[in-house]
Structure formats: C-alpha cells, structure tokens
Design a protein around this ligand. Structure first.
Ligand code: HEC
Ligand code: HEC
Length: 217
C-alpha cells in the first residue's frame, strides 16, 4: 500500500505519471495476460493514491472524485471514454490508457462494493435549496428533478452515476464544464442527457445541489 501524505502528493504523482507515460508506452503491452491476472490488486492501490483511501475522494490541487459505491456500469463507461478521448482529462486519460480492459470489471466491482462515509469538505452551497432542486427540479428553468435519473437516494443505477457522498468541488467543476469535457457521444450518448441540466442551472444552484448530495450516504 502506498501511503500519501500531504497536498503535494498529487503533483508528485502527476509528474510520475507523465514520466511513466513517456517511458512505458512501448513496454505496457509486453505481457498483458500476466498484468490482467496479477495486476488488479496493484492497480487498485494505485487508484487509491489519487482517489483516496477507501475510494472516498481526495482534495489535492483539485478535487479527485469519490469512487466508493459508484455504479460499475458508470465506471466502465468512463474508463472507455477516458481511453478513447471522448471524455477529456490529461491525467486520468493517461491513467486509463494504462489499465488493461480485462481488468475493468474487477476494478469496477471493487469500488462499487466500498461503503466509505462521505469525505466532507462541504462546499459553499445552500444544501436546503439543493434538496429542493434534487427533489423537484426547476420547471420554470427546464431543469428536471435529479432523482428521476440518479435515484431517490442519489445512488445511481446501471450507467447513471451515484452522486451521494461525491466531493462538492468536483461536482461543481464537472457540471460547469460539462460540454467542454464530455462529448455528446460519451457513455454511448448518455452524457447528452445532462446537457439541459448543466446549461440551465446557475453556478449558485449547482453549488446548492452539490452541497446537498455530497452529504448523503
Ligand atoms: C494520478 C492521479 C489518478 C490516478 C492514479 C487515478 N485517477 Fe481516476 N481520476 C483522476 C482525476 C483527476 C479524475 C477527475 C477527472 C475529471 O475531473 O474529469 C479522475 C476520474 C476518474 C473516474 C471518473 C469518476 C467520475 O465520477 O466521473 C474514474 C471512473 C476513475 N478516475 C477511475 C480510476 C481508476 C480505476 C484508477 C486506477 C486504475 C484511477 N482512476 C487512478 C486522477 C487519478
Ligand atoms: C435524464 C436523466 C438525468 C437527469 C434528470 C439528471 N442527470 Fe445527472 N447524469 C445523467 C447521466 C446519464 C449521467 C452520466 C453521463 C456520462 O456517463 O457521461 C449523469 C451525470 C451526472 C454528473 C456527473 C457525475 C460524475 O461523477 O462525474 C453529475 C454531477 C450529475 N449528473 C448531476 C445531476 C444533477 C445535480 C441533476 C439535477 C439537477 C441531474 N444530474 C439530473 C442523467 C441525468
């Protein structure tokens, strides 16, 4: 287990990743079968160096999302989309390209089974307003109720992600930059379902709903 102390950890990891991506691209495919069989545990430990112990999420230079309890179908879609570039992120794109697809299922099942409590870290939003939007939407702004897709407990279902316990700073960033980071073809077209929602909410309304769901178990 690699234990990371302090906020500079992420930058070291990111640097190490960048170096590995340059150095290892030729050898990564040398023994895919051995990697798929023996490498899952090592990969999981590696994931937690960024995604936090217990998959709780982590505050580095920016918020790294919680994976604990996440829906396996959603995790699989994201790993595929990071790899193909349909979902853009410089660090996670390189990380995903280093994971053998035969490992995806075991990795997704592992994170789905984790039941860590929310990391916290609040966010500045009005959680009461967030609860209202989550439950009722904002019909006057064409914003649908979140629970209709994400589930009444915000645990998600199949390819629709869990939001419960997610880091508020990550939710805010993600919703504010949806169309820049997730093409309409992401997740087999499912990312398009979030376009009206992300368009029509103000920053304060996004912060509100982020504050509400981030506290849910
Ligand atoms: C070097 C740091 C780093 C490592 C190591 C890492 N990740 Fe990530 N991961 C990130 C960042 C940063 C994001 C957020 C990307 C964004 O903002 O869109 C992310 C996002 C994700 C997401 C999308 C989550 C969501 O809610 O949409 C998944 C799934 C994921 N990572 C899986 C993994 C897996 C599986 C591993 C281990 C094989 C792993 N990550 C290792 C940094 C990392
Ligand atoms: C019509 C169905 C639908 C509704 C309604 C909906 N969502 Fe989503 N949402 C999705 C789908 C599908 C995804 C996953 C898209 C993908 O994989 O690219 C998603 C993804 C997200 C994500 C990204 C999660 C992550 O870990 O990166 C956030 C945040 C989110 N939704 C918040 C909300 C909020 C807040 C509301 C209510 C204001 C809402 N959604 C309403 C279908 C919906």
């Amino acid at each position: 287990m690699i234990v990371i102390h302090g906020r500079n950890a992420l930058s070291s990891i990111a640097l190490a990743m960048a170096l590995m991506a340059v150095g290892a691209s030729g050898s990564a495919s040398a023994s895919p079968r051995a990697a798929a069989q023996g490498g899952v545990q090592a990969k999981l430990e590696y994931c937690e160096t960024c995604h936090g112990e217990g998959g709780q999420g982590f505050y580095g230079y920016y918020a790294i999302p919680r994976l604990a309890g996440q829906q396996p179908g959603y995790i699989l879609n994201q790993l595929r989309d990071f790899t193909s570039g349909l979902r853009t992120h410089p660090i996670m794109g390189n990380v995903a390209r280093g994971v053998n697809p035969p490992m995806y299922g075991a990795i997704a099942a592992h994170f789905h089974s984790m039941n860590s409590p929310p990391l916290g870290g609040g966010g500045g939003g009005d959680a009461k307003l967030g609860h209202y939007i989550f439950t009722n939407g904002l019909p006057e702004s064409n914003v649908p109720a979140c629970w209709a897709c994400h589930g009444p407990d915000a645990h998600g279902v199949r390819e629709i992600p869990r939001l419960a316990g997610q880091l508020p700073a990550y939710i805010e960033k993600t919703m504010a930059s949806w169309e820049a980071e997730r093409s309409r073809k992401s997740a087999g077209g499912l990312a398009a379902l979030m376009v009206p929602t992300t368009h029509n909410l103000t920053r304060a309304q996004i912060a509100a709903v982020a504050a509400y769901v981030s506290g849910l178990r």
